[in-house]
Design a protein around this ligand. Structure first.
Ligand SMILES: NC(=O)c1ccc[n+]([C@@H]2O[C@H](COP(=O)([O-])OP(=O)(O)OC[C@H]3O[C@@H](n4cnc5c(N)ncnc54)[C@H](O)[C@@H]3O)[C@@H](O)[C@H]2O)c1
Length: 340
């Protein structure tokens, strides 16, 4: 079985490539190495003899000429929510036209598609309504979990729009051309091969700040650091991808919400305490009340459907995520400093 992983030199893509390769699959990556740090991951792929096609996902002419694949796992995106507000062409071309191009290739090859979507397809206003406070002086109680039925009709960020419109295009290709798909709407994913950069997610950024003793800020919601997210360990996510590949002929054309849920979540403040404990370093966090229009105070995933369908659930908690990412960052500190 031949598998193409787009964005194969990114955080999620490279982890998927390396694991599937170890599990005996013939894996290929497509990545234009645009992202800072992707060249580091490319070296890991090369060591494992995984070929990367250095192609822009916007360029269908080149994609069309590639060999036939059985499965395409689409992990290619301009993945930063904030960036999407300022780099419109880039985000639409990579995230939406990119999906269109991959769908054309999947149609041509009769390949199945596993698409990595995002919890950001959900409406910001409805997420804000769960907490209903602009200032969070106290810890938030974990109540509502967000599933596949949550409201998606209000604005969600340009990034979220490209993910939702990609999902809709995938369903059209499935209806018209019988392209089989799985869509995973993921919350925050974290773990080794994340470089501690702002736009790669807050967990590795927090750990890196503590390792390097760099002060930071609690931004938004009064600056108390009580906003909450679930965080899925990359190993748990890859375990799900492995099951989805094995069952792709019998289970397909479905959308799942996937996340750390109540097994693995944290507020910024709790994350600071955890990072202090693990690194032994203390850094200061200033309060900054104002935040971006794209910020949300809360996200906890409901994994009910994905758990029922695949008997999968996350096994690792936030301590595991922080410990494993910390070890990886420490072991690669010198090289990472050059990337950042
Ligand atoms: N990391 C998370 O927390 C998270 C959460 C939900 C969904 N996702 C989704 O998972 C996927 C992977 O995210 P990630 O965190 O690994 O991001 P990443 O930025 O680490 O990886 C993306 C990769 O795509 C490549 N790329 C970007 N534009 C390209 C283009 N035009 N042509 C070819 N390659 C290009 C980059 O070089 C990079 O290696 C994305 O679709 C993202 O939206 C990630």
């Amino acid at each position: 079985m031949k598998i193409l992983v787009t964005g194969g030199c990114g955080f999620v893509g490279a982890n998927i490539c390396l694991t599937l390769n170890k599990n005996g699959y013939k894996v290929y990556s497509l990545d234009n190495l645009k992202r800072n740090g992707s060249k580091f991951n490319l070296k890991l792929l090369k060591k494992s003899k995984i070929k990367n096609f250095n192609i822009d996902i916007f360029n269908y002419k080149k994609i069309k000429r590639l060999q036939k694949f059985d499965i395409i796992i689409d992990c290619c995106a301009e993945a930063a929510v904030e960036v999407s507000k300022y780099h419109l062409d880039e985000v639409i071309n990579t995230n939406l036209i990119g999906t269109f191009n991959i769908l054309k290739k999947a149609k041509k090859d009769k390949a199945k598609l596993i698409f990595i979507s995002s919890s950001r397809v959900n409406s910001i206003s409805y997420i804000n309504n769960i907490v209903r406070k602009k200032v969070l002086k106290k810890k938030i109680k974990i109540k509502k979990k967000i599933n596949e039925e949550f409201n998606i009709s209000d604005p969600k960020s340009i990034y979220g729009f490209t993910k939702l419109s990609s999902e809709m295009l995938i369903r059209e290709f499935s209806y018209a051309y019988k392209v089989k798909f799985i869509i995973n709407r993921c919350g925050v994913i974290s773990g080794p091969l994340q470089f501690g950069k702002q736009d790669q997610g807050f967990v590795s950024l927090w750990i890196w700040k503590h390792i390097q003793k760099i002060n930071g800020k609690y931004i938004g919601y009064g600056g108390y650091g009580h906003q909450v997210r679930d965080v899925l360990h990359i190993d748990d996510f890859i375990n799900l991808i492995k099951i989805q590949i094995k069952k792709i002929n019998s289970i397909n054309n479905k959308i799942f919400t996937v996340g750390g849920s109540t097994k693995s979540f944290t507020s910024l403040k709790q994350l600071t305490n955890l990072c202090q404990k693990i690194t032994g370093n203390k850094v200061k966090f200033k309060k900054q009340s104002k935040t971006s229009i794209y910020d949300i105070p809360y996200f906890i995933t409901d994994n009910k459907k994905v758990t029922k369908t695949y008997k999968w659930k996350p096994n690792k908690n936030i301590n595991d995520v922080v410990n494993d990412t910390y070890k990886w960052l420490i072991n690669n500190k010198k090289k990472i400093k050059k990337i950042l």
